[in-house]
Design a protein around this ligand. Structure first.
Ligand code: NAP
Ligand code: GLV
Length: 309
């Protein structure tokens, strides 16, 4: 029995140390040094090259080192009949909520406008909008979206949420299904994206969606770049249909230094840091997944391959 580990992140060594401390008796092999492939029974991976996981005939389970599984599920040679789980860590939800609240408050309080005024030395007070008069749309009401809703609710914002299936969340007007999306878009002064990337969500936010949103609305994308049509976003910002956007995820990552998105005056970019997986807490959760697999139990937070998340 051995565990396969593949992690391209800067803190891969920290992850390996945390996993070894959480599973001191287990052998963890770092890809590509996999040894005897038949001994690998669990894979803990992020962005492992497609095709590689098919080489391990004894796999009992695979877990993403992050919350998203789009990188895994798009592997055409993903082994069938192996449970695939994602990392669901309450700490990540708290971190995401901090990121989302910080960005929502930045726009809500008009700090983007004051930053612009400061460039011209302009001392001008802008009208204040009360939180209860500000509609925030949350696309995605899963593990992360719910926590964001709870924290935003503490400020008194008017919350509209959208998911695939029905939800009941205190303080959130919840809608679901494709035919209810526009009801969220048309009222959301600030739209927060916390959807997984799937064939249904790719390019969901394009010029059609931006034209439904209120003039002068803001977008905060904390999930995957492919959910937003970046050319349409730039056009919507240039035409002042949208007032600003924060992108924590872009189609091309790392975003090349000469990419025009960096220079756009109405776009704020962070390098996919809204909620990084945390080795110390994550390793404990993943160690339990390995134990479950070896006891032939169902993993927790298993993804549904057919629906894409
Ligand atoms: P989750 O628990 O699976 O929640 C996903 C939500 O999206 C659910 O509410 C789901 O609806 C909804 N959804 C999925 N497809 C939909 C569709 N076609 N139409 C309407 N709603 C749909 O995922 P999570 O843990 O909250 O994470 C969400 C995403 O955040 C991840 O997939 C990842 O891409 C991203 N992420 C980014 C960072 C970062 O640092 N930027 C960090 C972690 C995660 P149902 O509830 O009805 O199923
Ligand atoms: C990060 O983007 C994640 O999916 O955990």
């Amino acid at each position: 029995m051995a565990i396969l580990f593949h992690c391209p992140w800067e803190n891969a060594d920290e992850w390996l140390a945390a996993l070894r401390s959480a599973m001191p008796r287990d052998e963890i092999r770092v890809w590509p040094n996999v040894g005897d492939a038949e001994e690998i029974d669990f894979a803990l991976v992020w962005q492992i090259p497609h095709g590689e996981l098919g080489a391990f005939p004894g796999l009992l389970g695979i877990s993403s080192l992050g919350a998203g599984v789009d990188g895994l599920l798009t592997d055409p040679e993903l082994p069938a009949n192996v449970q695939i789980a994602r990392l669901v860590d309450p700490l990540m939800a708290d971190r995401m909520a901090e990121y989302v609240c910080g960005n929502v408050l930045y726009y809500h309080l008009g700090h983007d406008r004051y930053a612009e005024q400061q460039r011209f030395g302009r001392w001008r007070r802008r009208p204040h909008v009360d939180a209860r008069d500000r509609f925030i749309g949350l696309l995605g009401l899963g593990h992360l979206g719910r926590r964001c809703a709870e924290r935003l609710g503490e400020f008194g914002f008017n919350l509209l949420g959208w998911s695939r299936g029905p939800k009941e969340i205190r303080g959130v007007h919840c809608l679901h299904g494709n035919d209810r999306l526009d009801e969220v878009l048309e009222r959301a002064g600030i739209l927060v994206v916390l959807l997984p990337l799937t064939i249904d969500t790719e390019n969901l936010l394009d010029k059609v969606a931006f034209n439904v949103m209120p003039r002068g609305a803001y977008l905060i994308n904390c999930s995957r770049g492919e959910i937003v049509d970046e050319e349409h976003l730039v056009a919507a910002l240039d035409s002042e249909r949208l007032a600003g956007a924060t992108l924590d995820a872009c189609r091309e990552e790392p975003l090349p230094a000469d990419h025009p998105l960096w220079k756009h005056p109405k776009i704020r970019i962070t390098p996919h840091v809204a909620s990084l997986s945390e080795p110390v807490t994550g390793a404990l959760i993943l160690a339990e997944q390995v134990r479950r697999a070896r006891r032939r139990q169902r993993l927790v937070d298993v993804v549904e391959v057919a629906r894409g998340y």
